[in-house]
Ligand binder design. Structure first.
Ligand SMILES: Cc1cc2nc3c(=O)[nH]c(=O)nc-3n(C[C@H](O)[C@H](O)[C@H](O)COP(=O)(O)O)c2cc1C
Length: 341
């Protein structure tokens, strides 16, 4: 049996394999943030294709925390019904369902919204300049994550991923490139980690103890003065006791930077975070081959692997991957005549 198709146990969850569908914005909702037919079909297809853990795309906890006006949202109760349909569909086919709770901060591109960030610095020349968040804004954002977690629990998600990566609000607090605050939320690593710590504590307060929480981080800012994997490991060590169970390791997005990307370029960051925090990690980036995924797991470099674009190209990737790794996994009954033997 390959490692990729061995189960992964975390808290109350027994995930049937170690293939994680990374969160991917579909920009297919309308301004009300509600899930639609596209979402039910898109996610259910990956569940049918054998993905063990599906992490639903960045789902905004505040209206002004959307990237675009086509993002999914979880900022009000009326959004629960559509989201529940995604969860119910995916669970029918044996996937474990996660939701990425997100706030865009200065990366909000919705014209009608007030844009907020830890400091009043625009992402690029084309971007709007955000308002520096007041302490009240910080409290509102923390509460929005908490309310999102309450709704996620009511809907029936199995796992929450807190979006701390790719230059969105939490990442904007964590990075010295975007956080120039002079108060207790800026300056030292400990101060920059404070917002994340408060968000994690607020989510954990309402998210059942037996259920896991993932934190997604950008482990490398790709700018000398920015954060590097060792800084992220230190930050995670400061907040993990608030309730982080797994770290999903990504990189970049906080500032415009030159990045050299190649298959596996983020795996080293995941290894560093795993080693320095002692937490299980999800690693990935440009994974297309089952053998590459298997190597990462067999060598203990990560505990699970994520795939994003490859799962857009091929929703049945896990079914193919199992065959290539010589594992005889269960195929959906309806597809048995197509099973590779
Ligand atoms: C269409 C698309 C949408 C994405 N949206 C999100 C998102 O909502 N949240 C997130 O953390 N990452 C997002 N990402 C990044 C992916 O999760 C992943 O980290 C990245 O694509 C690298 O993995 P890959 O090489 O397997 O595609 C997105 C990527 C793509 C291609």
């Amino acid at each position: 049996m390959s490692k990729l198709f061995s189960n992964f146990k975390i808290k109350d969850l027994d995930i049937k394999n170690r293939v994680v569908m990374a969160p991917m914005c579909m920009y297919s909702a309308e301004a009300d943030g509600k899930a639609k037919e596209w979402h039910y079909i898109h996610y259910a297809a990956r569940a049918i294709g054998g993905t063990g853990l599906i992490i639903q795309e960045a789902t905004a906890v505040e209206k002004r925390g959307r990237i675009s006006d086509r993002d999914l949202g979880i900022w009000e109760d009326s959004q629960k019904e559509g989201l529940k349909k995604i969860v119910d569909e995916c669970k029918k086919y044996g996937a474990v369902m996660g939701i990425q709770l997100a706030h865009a901060g200065r990366k909000c591109e919705v014209k009608s919204e007030e844009i907020i960030a830890p400091s009043s610095l625009a992402f690029s020349e084309e971007s709007n300049t955000p308002k520096e968040m007041s302490i009240e804004d910080i409290k509102v954002a923390v509460k929005a994550f908490k309310d999102g977690a309450i709704r996620a629990k009511e809907i029936g998600y199995d796992i929450i991923e807190i979006h701390g990566a790719h230059g969105y609000l939490i990442n904007q607090f964590l990075s010295p490139l975007t956080n120039k605050r002079k108060d207790e939320y800026g300056g030292s690593l400990e101060n920059r980690a404070r917002f994340l710590k408060e968000v994690t504590a607020a989510v954990r307060e309402v998210w059942p103890k037996e259920k896991a929480i993932i934190l997604r981080v950008s482990a490398e800012d790709f700018i000398e003065e920015g954060n590097h994997p060792e800084d992220l490991a230190e930050i995670i060590n400061m907040v993990k006791d608030e309730g982080i169970d797994i770290v999903n390791v990504s990189s970049g997005g906080v500032a415009l930077a030159q990045i050299s990307v190649y298959p596996g370029y983020q795996i080293r960051y995941a290894e560093i975070i795993k080693e320095k925090t002692g937490l299980p990690v999800i690693a990935g980036g440009l994974i297309t081959s089952p053998l590459m995924a298997e190597e990462i797991l067999q060598n203990g470099r990560a505990d699970m692997v994520f795939l994003a674009r490859e799962l857009l190209r091929n929703p049945n990737w896990p079914l193919y991957a199992a065959h290539e790794l010589k594992d005889d996994i269960e195929w959906p009954e309806q597809y048995l005549r197509g099973k590779i033997r």
